[in-house]
Design a binder for this molecule. Sequence first.
Ligand SMILES: C[S@@+](CC[C@H](N)C(=O)[O-])C[C@H]1O[C@@H](n2cnc3c(N)ncnc32)[C@H](O)[C@@H]1O
Length: 378
Amino acid sequence: MTAAAPGGAVLVVAEELDAAADMVVDRLHQLRESGDLRTPRWHAALLATPRHAFLPAFHRPDAEGMVAVHQGDRDWLDAVYRNEPLLTQITEGIPTSSSTQPGLMLRMLEALAVADGMSVLEIGTGTGYNAALLAHRLGGANVTTVDVDPALTEPARERLAELGLAVTVATGDGALGHAPRAPYDRVIATCAVRSIPPAWLEQLAPGGLVLATVTTGLHGSALALVGSDGHGRFLPERASFMPMHSQADPGFYALQAQAGPATGERVTKLVPPLDETTAFILGAAMPQVVSFGLPDGDVPGLYLAHRSDGSWAHVLHDGRTVQGGPQPLWDEMEQAHAEWTSAGSPLPHELSITVDGTAQRVHTLDGTLSYALPHTPG
Ligand SMILES: C[S@@+](CC[C@H](N)C(=O)[O-])C[C@H]1O[C@@H](n2cnc3c(N)ncnc32)[C@H](O)[C@@H]1O
């Protein structure tokens, strides 16, 4: 049995506390085995920070659609202690917040390479659980977290306070960072960005690091670690996050409404679905293009659209390709793919990222490949 405490934190009665303690120990074991958890200090933070206190409810799919699972429901505690992301907020049918998969959280926290006394800015408070882990490791006074949604920051602030973690929780657009508490030794984003918002580097102390998932319009992602000098690299760790709201793409119907007339049909050898690496590379090569997976059925395949000029391409799973508007988008994708292949098909973690204010590039060290990321406001 469980009950809600003020602020939505969760009181768990004795028998569930025992079960939760066993689950935490099991999960720690799994995270060590998988290599996601590597260092004793994060082990201690995980052990001391109950995920269930941050998840009074979540949503999951069933045969009828999405259903809410609340504290005390059958399987609630089990789900909370599985190594899975949990969807915590849906707004007008669109997922808008989640509790990140613990394994991914740990991979990122380990990669952040914090040391005692460092100050950290987290973008994307969500439930507050990641901020709680950071606060356990560094002390609440060294942790600032920002979320755009007041419906999330208020309960997160209360949950953190109830656990005695004096984290600064701010409401606002994380693309602007949080200037009042700058400079930070580390900035960690738990929502994905198209490019690194300049404010994050401006608010970084010398020698500091930004860790963020860069995602392309083709939905390929890679985890970037960028220094205060603007030079960075991508890590081999896989990461995928919901996009930062201020950087969300235009919708399918809006882009289809501006589509130019069809210009031709042919068969391509570059057939969708694109794997994660290809989607990252081609999306970086053509930053003005966004893609939508179309369900199997009458129109299976991938639909691409230019953000503004009416160009589009529809590539079916059997290779049939129709294009329209002023630019032949799939021809250009094939060209970008050929260039990447002749450069030795470097993986994202073999590429560098260089941030110079709003000018940002993903590139090979020798400059053979160089892709300009779109400007991120903020
Ligand atoms: C995956 S969730 C974060 C999970 C969170 N770190 C936790 O431990 O529960 C992503 C969050 O990013 C937030 N977000 C989206 N756009 C944002 C923006 N422009 N500024 C700040 N937060 C944003 C969403 O509201 C959402 O809560």
